[in-house]
Design a protein around this ligand. Structure first.
Ligand code: C2E
Ligand code: MG
Ligand code: MG
Ligand code: MG
Length: 275
């Protein structure tokens, strides 16, 4: 390791880093393999209308069943997939599978799909969306695309015209993890959004921190003024749910309702759900 060579010596490439680099190369190869071997799957988490207690939609969350390492969460591979560009074929697979699965749900239920900056940046993203929606026959209004502030920031003009085009064909746009990025307010003014998803970090502090409560209340009032709907992410307790409903937050998502579920479990959830 680096410390063997003494404190004052700077070594840019240590054995540890070599292991890391090899690991990374290995994971990239594995992602390529995984795409051809069908190791990815989608799990779905419900988004519930807090006023009526009904299911509005499901967010698709990608999962990886690695033959040797087992079940891998997106936090371990999405950023590598983005760096390498593999997020493009992976993202297209996610979108198509999500549309196919949503076809099996009642027609008032939409599917929300996360898109990364690397996908949005590409000039053919809109064409891909249209192609996949034509192939799968899912109506445009049943698709919601979730983007983060950093995605919008990285792209501005390209993202603005893309969002305008998506909106024109009826696709819904949600701003994910709201409140954790930079200059959030300018995004609300500039981009044609339908919904903001209030980041889980505020929800988890809701009961213990007056400031978190005030921030959520203010975000909700602002959203109402701008005719945007709101979703609270990461609801884990009944108390959080009732406080959020009292603040007129529109929708809720979190372990209180369900953890992300396989496509089969999702169908059962839809059939058994009692408002
Ligand atoms: P996200 O889009 O903000 O998704 C919500 C994350 O919060 C999910 O983590 C979900 O499992 C987790 N979550 C939901 N409810 C609760 C709760 O009550 N408590 C707690 N502690 N966590 C909750 P997950 O599935 O690990 O995904 C992490 C992130 O990976 C996502 O954050 C999204 O940014 C990214 N991601 C997932 N699937 C995709 C994908 O298909 N494409 C892209 N580009 N990104 C994806
Ligand atoms: Mg999301
Ligand atoms: Mg989120
Ligand atoms: Mg997140």
């Amino acid at each position: 390791a680096a410390k063997d060579s003494g404190r004052d010596t700077i070594r840019f490439f240590t054995p540890d880093m070599e292991i890391l680099a090899n690991n990374k190369r290995q994971i990239l190869n594995d992602i390529r393999q995984a795409l051809t071997n069908n190791e990815f799957s989608l799990h779905y988490q419900p988004q519930i209308d807090l006023a009526t207690n009904t299911i509005k939609g499901f967010e698709a969350l990608v999962r990886w069943q690695h033959p040797k390492r087992g079940f891998i969460l997106p936090s371990e591979f999405i950023s590598l997939a983005e760096e390498s560009g593999l997020i493009v074929p992976l993202g297209n697979w996610v979108l198509k599978q999500a549309c196919l699965d949503a076809q099996k749900w009642p027609s008032h239920i939409y599917v929300a799909v996360n898109a990364s900056a690397v996908q949005v940046e590409r000039s053919d993203f809109l064409a891909e969306v249209k192609k996949i929606m034509t192939q799968t026959q899912l109506p445009y209004h049943r698709l919601e695309i979730e983007l983060t502030e950093s995605t919008l920031m990285a792209n501005d003009n390209a993202a603005l015209s893309l969002l305008n085009e998506l909106k024109a064909i009826g696709v819904q746009i949600a701003l994910d993890d709201f409140g954790t990025g930079f200059s959030s307010l300018s995004y609300l003014r500039t981009f044609p959004l339908d919904k903001i998803k209030i980041d889980r970090s505020f929800i988890s502090l809701l009961e213990s921190d007056d400031k978190a409560y005030a921030i959520i209340r203010t975000i909700t009032q602002l959203a109402q003024t701008l005719h945007l709907s709101t979703t609270a992410e990461g609801i884990e307790s009944e108390t959080q749910c009732s406080i959020l409903a009292g603040l007129s937050v529109n929708y809720g998502q979190g372990y209180l309702y369900a953890k992300p579920m396989s496509a089969e479990e999702t169908l059962i959830f839809i059939n058994n759900y009692q408002a």
